[in-house]
Design a protein around this ligand. Structure first.
Ligand code: NAP
Length: 315
């Protein structure tokens, strides 16, 4: 008779196991699944669920013959969604705390540029810079590229602060306080008005280099880019050129095509670039564990999984 206890393989780097094993066990217990086996090592044919970080080294799912789902630890799934050996459903991380962190990071960096804070932080030099008061948010246009879980929450927060918020997504969206566009022409219209552009698109073949020489040239001169999405959304050479000739006023970048960003990369030394080390919003172990366990509970109860990735769309 088969063992009815679900086997959950935690496939991520060792330091993650140290963070997650306690919260996952607590969440399993709270969900009435305290009898499940949670482990970092199991025979693939015994595994029901994989809690997954794509940099774990696990790339061949072929021997996982009874897999019910792969539960990604991160919101971005670009490193797993195209894996042809994965036939089981793939869920990504959607978690209120992750969203909350992103809303705080985006709002903070948008306000930095909106208020022109750098002028005063850099300028403690005895010069009284009269006449530099910023406009009100109602007179500042911010574009949110991507209106999914994170983009919609950030757009809504910025709209609540009275910014003129333009949003862009693949399909048509209706979001209170946000003027929305979709599709290729919609992007051009949004960018031609955007003083601050925030990127919260997923990394897919269709979103690669969304900001390139052509689209950057559509922006009002001196516009600011804020990218907590993914590095591949931007053509780096085109952005550096646009920064150098003043078309783009500043870029605050949290994500890069290569991470960690190599020390010799021109972004580090560029006076108009702020680099942050992929910290816009971290997955928090306690809240993320609850999200993962809710999907395991659903799998065991025969209910549909939450947050499934559309493998064809790539996100
Ligand atoms: P999501 O819910 O899947 O939303 C993605 C949004 O992008 C949707 O609005 C989608 O349009 C839009 N989109 C996708 N492809 C498009 C295309 N070709 N043209 C126009 N719009 C397109 O994702 P999320 O949870 O908001 O997360 C967004 C990204 O944030 C993640 O993929 C990840 O890369 C990044 N992230 C970064 C950090 C960090 O710390 N830096 C943390 C978490 C996440 P539809 O609404 O029409 O589907």
């Amino acid at each position: 008779m088969p063992d009815a206890r679900p086997v959950i393989l935690f496939a991520a780097k060792t330091e993650r196991w140290e963070q997650y094993s306690g919260p996952l066990r607590t969440a399993l217990k709270d969900a009435g699944l305290g009898y499940a086996t949670l482990t970092t090592e199991a025979a693939p044919e015994d595994v029901d669920y994989v809690v997954y970080a794509p940099n774990s080294g696990l790339t061949d799912f072929t021997p996982f013959t009874r897999l019910k789902a792969v539960l990604n630890l991160w919101a971005g799934v670009e490193d797993v969604t195209g894996n042809p050996t994965l036939k089981a459903p793939l869920a990504r991380m959607v978690d209120d705390c992750l969203t909350e962190g992103m809303v705080e990071w985006v709002t903070g960096h948008v306000l930095r540029h909106h208020l022109g804070m750098d002028l005063y932080l850099d300028g403690q030099d005895g010069v009284w810079r009269a006449g530099t008061a910023p406009p009100l948010a109602r007179d500042r246009t911010v574009a949110m590229l991507g209106l999914g879980v994170l983009g919609a929450a950030c757009a809504t927060m910025l709209a609540s602060l009275n910014f003129r918020v333009l949003g862009w997504s693949r399909s048509r969206k209706d979001l209170p306080g946000v003027e929305t566009e979709h599709g290729a022409e919609g992007l051009d219209r949004v960018l031609s008005r955007a003083e601050i552009v925030v990127l919260l698109l997923p990394d897919t073949p269709a979103t690669e280099s969304t900001l390139n020489a052509r689209t950057l040239s559509l922006l009002p001169r001196g516009a600011v880019i804020v990218n907590p999405g993914r590095g591949r959304l931007i053509d780096d050479d085109a952005l550096l050129a646009a920064l150098d000739e003043g078309q783009v006023g500043h870029a605050t970048l949290d994500v890069f095509r290569t991470e960690p960003l190599p020390p010799e990369h021109p972004y580090w030394a560029h006076p108009k670039v702020t680099v942050t080390p992929h910290i816009a919003s971290e997955t928090r172990a306690v809240s993320a564990s609850r999200v993962i366990v809710e999907n395991i509970r659903r799998g065991e109860a025969g209910e549909p999984f939450l947050n499934l990735v559309d493998r064809d769309a790539g996100y």
